[in-house]
Design a binder for this molecule. Structure first.
Ligand code: NAD
Length: 366
C-alpha cells in the first residue's frame, strides 16, 4: 500500500525518537512492499520558535490531509524554558489540545504490556507479575466531566463549584464500536468500566455498550465498577484485554495501568477519530532532562508506529513484525538507560545502548 504520514517530531527527545520510528517503518516498507511517504511539520515549542504560535493552520491542514500522524512529544522544562513565560493558551501543550480537537480524536488507546524481560521493573508482587499482562485501555477523550458545563459561585456566604458529566448515546456508541472492533483483533474481551450504581451517565453508558455488544457475538462483554477496576488493575491485571471507559475514569486508570508496567519509555498510544485516521505518539513527554544526548528509549514511538499500521492501515502482519522485532531486541539483551535493571548482576547480563542503535537493531530484526 501507499500511505502519507505526517510527522510531528516536536520538542526535546521528540526528533530523536521519531527518527527511529521512521527507520523501522522504512524497513517494513522495504520488506513488505509498501510505500510510506513522510512529511515533517512543526508543533509545540518548535512551532513557537518558528511562527510564534504552538499550532498553525498549515500544520492542521497537512495533518488532516494525511492518512495518519506520527508524533514525538511536545513541551520543554517548565522552570527554564521561555515558552512557559507565555500565557497558557500560547504554550506548547496548547498545540496538542488544538490538534486533537481539530482532528476530532475522541478515542484514546493506551496499551499496557508487561514484557517478560522487563518484569523486574513491575512494582507488583512477583506472584502477580509473573503471569504477565497485555491490556488496551480505551478512554473517551472529548466528553464527560472535563468538557461539561462548570461554574464557581457563592451561596449563603460560601463558595460552591459545579462540574457536569454529560454523555450522549452517540458519543458512547462510537467509542464502544471502536472498542469492540479492537477486541476482535485481540483476545475478544471488553471490560466496560463505569459507576452505574450511582451515576445516570454510567447507566446510559452500560445500556448503549450492551446494545453495541449484540453486533459482536464473539466478544465477551463484562461491566466493572471503577473502584473495583482500580483494585483489579493491581490485584490481577492479567484478566484484562480491552478496558473501555469514559474520560475521567480513563485518565486515572490509564496512568495506573502504565505505572504497573514500570517502564515509561515503552508505552505507546493512539488517538482515533471515527474514520481510520489516528494520531500516534508515545505516552511519555519530551524528557528535556535527556534531550540531545542520544540515550532516549525509542521503543514507545516504534510501538506507536506499529499501532498506526494496525489501526489506520489494517496492516496487522506488519504491526506484528514490529512488535516481535522489539521483543527480540529485548530478548537479545539490548536496553536503553531507562530500562536497565537495578540489580548489579542483572546489569552485567545486558547491554546498554543508545537511541539510534536501538532503532537499528529493531529495524534489522524485521
Ligand atoms: P516526561 O515523560 O518527559 O519525563 C519523565 C521522566 O521519564 C524523565 O526522567 C525522562 O527522562 C523519562 N523519560 C520519558 N520518556 C523517556 C524515554 N523515551 N526514554 C527514556 N526516558 C524517558 O515527563 P515530564 O518531565 O513531566 O514532562 C516534560 C515535558 O513533556 C513537559 O513540557 C510536559 O508538558 C511534556 N509532556 C508532553 C506530552 C506529549 O507530548 N504528549 C506528554 C507528557 C508530558
Amino acid at each position: 500500500m501507499q500511505a502519507n504520514i505526517v510527522c510531528i517530531p516536536g520538542d526535546g527527545i521528540g526528533p530523536e525518537i521519531v527518527a527511529e520510528a521512521k527507520k523501522v517503518l522504512n524497513k517494513v516498507a522495504a520488506v513488505y512492499g509498501h510505500e510510506f511517504n513522510f512529511e515533517d511539520v512543526l508543533m509545540g515549542g518548535a512551532s513557537i520558535d518558528a511562527y510564534g504560535i504552538p499550532l498553525t493552520d498549515e500544520t492542521i491542514a497537512k495533518a488532516k490531509a494525511a492518512d495518519a500522524v506520527l508524533m514525538g512529544s511536545i513541551g520543554g522544562d517548565a522552570k527554564t524554558s521561555p515558552w512557559y513565560k507565555l500565557e497558557p493558551s500560547k504554550r506548547p501543550e496548547a498545540g496538542l489540545l488544538g490538534i486533537r480537537k481539530a482532528l476530532n480524536l475522541f478515542a484514546n488507546l493506551r496499551p499496557a504490556i508487561l514484557y517478560e524481560e522487563l518484569s523486574a521493573a513491575c512494582p507488583l508482587k512477583t506472584e502477580i507479575s509473573e503471569k504477565g499482562f497485555d491490556m488496551m485501555i480505551m478512554r473517551e477523550l472529548t466528553g464527560g466531566l472535563y468538557f461539561g458545563e462548570r461554574k464557581t459561585f457563592e451561596e449563603n456566604g460560601e463558595k460552591k463549584a459545579i462540574d457536569t458529566l454529560t454523555y450522549s448515546e452517540s458519543e458512547i456508541r462510537r467509542i464502544a464500536i471502536k472498542a469492540f472492533d479492537i477486541a476482535m483483533k485481540r483476545r475478544k474481551k471488553v471490560t466496560s468500566v463505569d459507576k452505574a450504581n450511582v451515576l445516570d451517565s454510567s447507566r446510559l453508558w452500560r445500556s448503549v455498550t450492551e446494545e453495541v455488544a449484540k453486533d459482536y457475538p464473539e466478544v465477551t462483554l463484562e461491566h466493572m465498577l471503577v473502584d473495583n477496576a482500580a483494585m483489579q488493575l493491581v490485584k490481577d491485571p492479567a484478566q484484562f484485554d480491552v478496558i473501555l471507559t469514559e474520560n475521567m475514569f480513563g485518565d486515572i486508570l490509564s496512568d495506573e495501568a502504565s505505572m504497573v508496567t514500570g517502564s515509561i519509555g515503552m508505552l505507546a498510544s493512539a488517538s482515533l477519530n471515527d474514520t481510520k485516521f489516528g494520531l500516534y505518539e508515545p505516552s511519555g513527554g519530551s524528557a528535556p532532562d535527556i534531550a540531545g544526548k542520544g540515550i532516549a528509549n525509542p521503543i514507545a514511538t516504534i510501538l506507536s508506529a506499529a499501532m498506526m499500521l494496525r489501526f489506520s492501515f489494517d496492516l496487522d502482519k506488519e504491526a506484528d513484525a514490529i512488535e516481535k522485532a522489539v521483543k527480540k531486541a529485548l530478548k537479545s539483551g539490548y536496553r536503553t538507560i531507562d530500562i536497565m535493571p537495578q540489580d548489579e548482576d542483572e546489569r552485567a547480563s545486558v547491554k546498554q545502548i543508545g537511541t539510534a542503535r536501538m532503532g537499528d537493531i529493531i529495524a534489522s530484526n524485521i
